[in-house]
Design a protein around this ligand. Structure first.
Ligand SMILES: [Zn+2]
Length: 66
């Protein structure tokens, strides 16, 4: 079992609700569903990201204006 990564990273593609630009984000999916705030890489304004994760698979992503 050596060498198996404990952190499962998935890359997420988000579309900013402020400026409409898309950017990528790395997320640890081993923790399950998550809700967090990120700043847009393009316009630097914050948004709330809700990610539904089931069994290490991303089922849905919702982005809301903060
Ligand atoms: Zn933006």
């Amino acid at each position: 079992m050596a060498g198996f990564p404990e952190v499962m990273q998935e890359s997420l593609s988000l579309i900013c609700p402020h400026c409409g630009e898309s950017f990528g984000l790395a997320l640890d999916v081993s923790e399950g569903s998550a809700e967090f705030t990120v700043d847009c890489e393009v316009c630097c304004r914050p948004m709330l990201v809700c990610v539904r994760i089931n069994d290490g698979e991303i089922e849905g992503v919702e982005v809301v204006e903060e």
